[in-house]
Write a protein that binds this ligand. Sequence first.
Ligand code: SAH
Ligand code: DHB
Ligand code: MG
Length: 230
Amino acid sequence: MTDSATELTILQQQAQTQLEIQDSITRMFAPEDEGLQSALREASHAGLPEIQISPIQGKLLQLLATMCNAQKILEIGALAGYSGIWLARALPPGGRLITLEVSPKHADVVKKSFASAGVGDRTEVRVGKALDLLPQLANEAPFDLVFIDADKAPYPQYLDWALRYTRPGSIIVADNCIRGGKGLHPTEDEGTAGVFEYNQRVVNNPRLVSLALPMDDEYTDGFTIAVVKQ
Ligand code: SAH
Ligand code: DHB
Ligand code: MG
C-alpha cells in the first residue's frame, strides 16, 4: 500500500473508533426511552426534517438543567419536541418548560409527543415567530435555562432576549454554533453570520463565561454554552 493509502486507512479506523465510542456513550449514558423514540416516529410520520439534537446533546441539556437547579426553561425552536422532552424530564415537580415554534404543523406534533412522553403537564407550546412571542414572556421570567435552536440569522436577537430573561447562574445554550467551522469566522451567509455574531457576543460579554463545544460525529457542529456570572 502507498503511504497515502495507509494514512487513509488509519484515518478511517480513527473515525470508526470515534463512532463506536459515541455509540457506547449513548447506550450507557443517554439511551432513548419509549417517549423519545415515539417523538421521533411521530416526526418521521409527519414528514418533519431529522434535525433534532443527538441523545448525547439531550443528556448534556439535562446535566446543565440539573446544574443550575432549573425550575423554568425556555426553548426557542421545538420541531417535534425531542429536545423539549429531554429538557422537561430534568425539571423537578412543579417545573415548567415553554417552547416557541413557528410552524403550527410542528407544534401539533410537539403537543402530541409531550403528552405521550408524560410531560404534557409541565410544558407549554407557543405558536408563532419567536421574535413576536418573546416580548410576551416577561411575566414568566427569569428562566434558569434558555435553549436556542430555531432559525440562525436572529441568534444575536435571541441572545438579547435570553440575557433579559435570565438571572446570575442561569445557563444559555445555543445549537449549531460551529457549522463546520464557519460559525467561528466572518461570513457572507446570513444564517452563519448570525451564529458568528452570537459567538462573538457571548465571548465578549463580561457577564458570561462561554465555550463552543463540538458534539457531533464529525466534530463539526455543536452547542455554545454560556453561564451568566453571579
Ligand atoms: N430543538 C429541536 C430542533 C429544532 S429545529 C430538537 O432538537 O428537537 C428548528 C425549529 O425551529 C423548526 O421546528 C422550525 O420550524 C423552528 N423555527 C424556525 N424559525 C423560527 C422562528 N422564527 N420562530 C420560532 N420557531 C422557528
Ligand atoms: C438545521 C437546523 C438545526 O437546528 C439543526 O440542528 C440542523 C439543521 C437546518 O435548518 O438545516
Ligand atoms: Mg439545531
